[in-house]
Write a protein of this length. Sequence first.
Length: 185
Amino acid sequence: MKNIIIIGPSRTGKSTLASLVCKKYNLSYISGDSIRNAFIKIYPELGYSPKTTIDKIEFCQFIEKIINENSIHLKRQIYYVIDSADISIENAKGVFKDSLIIGLGCKDAKPESMVEKIKENDTELEWTYGYSDKDLLELINSTIRKSKSLYDKCTLNNIPYFETSLDRYNAYNDVYKYIENELDL
């Protein structure tokens, strides 16, 4: 087994996929967003924000240290699924050397269609719940731009990219096949 790092912009299905992968393969979960938010609240002097964290290799090093320390503390290897919009492909490759890195994005999405899907499926637990159509459209346009960039970086770095804008659950099945193939499951 290996740790699985799921990277992609907001609202591309990273947390849903992470939850499903954890359940399917009996892995533990780490939320990159939760770690970033803790840094923002507890250590504002470190300069973490949703816009700056992706450039900080120390963010990946911190997560890697948590993973390693947990294994040492429990005297056994524990494997995780980590999802984050705050990890760059370059930093992931440099820090998570023995992990599966997966890119997830919506580069082919139609903005208005994606806004409607979000509005249909959002619950009060979603951070975008209650966003106006204008705010959602702005977020989705940013997600599409970031997904296109992620796709290019994944291609350049030989990292698999999975498109979730057309059929999210079919893309998840493709991720399962990739994981099983890579890990001989």
